[in-house]
Design a protein around this ligand. Sequence first.
Ligand code: B16
Ligand code: MG
Length: 217
Amino acid sequence: KIAACLFDLDGVLVDTARYHFLAWKKLADELGIDFTLEHNELLKGVSRMDSLDIILNIGNLQLSQEKKNALADQKNQVYLEYILQMNEEEILPGVKDFLTALRKLGVGVALGSASKNAPLILERLKIGNLFDAVIDGTKVSKAKPDPEVFLKGAEALAAKPAACIVFEDAIAGIEAARNAGMMAVGVGDPQTLSRANLVISGFRGLTPEHLFQQINE
Ligand code: B16
Ligand code: MG
């Protein structure tokens, strides 16, 4: 019996990766670093400061912690401008129906995201009310693949890890789910997410019943 479903945010419920990219790209340009869409893949599911370190590495730049904090803030200001313009239309197809159906079945629903901006994004998308618990980047100290974010989600819902399903688009997120002793559903490319128990392309037309059946096969 499935007690809870835990959702990553970026890449699963909404495609904010392109806004992260545009904001990092602006910063990288200012620093004279050639940051590409391919590089951006490396940042998925990675915290803000770790993302900055990856970009500085690409440019072979070493900066003080103080300078790095300022750059991370600068990037976030640009990212926030994009986020504040988001609306409900940006929820990925089928997500709202899937979350609503889970709630009707009495399955707990939680968010498990590395993003410190997660509550703001949920508010912009008007789906905050569909979550019983929100674990975001301000509530965890250890980044995925550490299981902390998902274990905290399960705890908030009083669900046993083995009865939880995690939905993730990032390899580190799938590993975090496995490290938590949970089932992992990859959202995206089956080859990239081969460590997941099941991989789906998205939520369009998917019902919880169908998914639960598939994951048990
Ligand atoms: P913020 P997720 C992650 O969200 C993003 O995938 C990652 O690219 C981003 O750097 C991270 O959040 C931190 O975001 O700067 O808003 O705190 O996929 O874990 O929902
Ligand atoms: Mg993600």
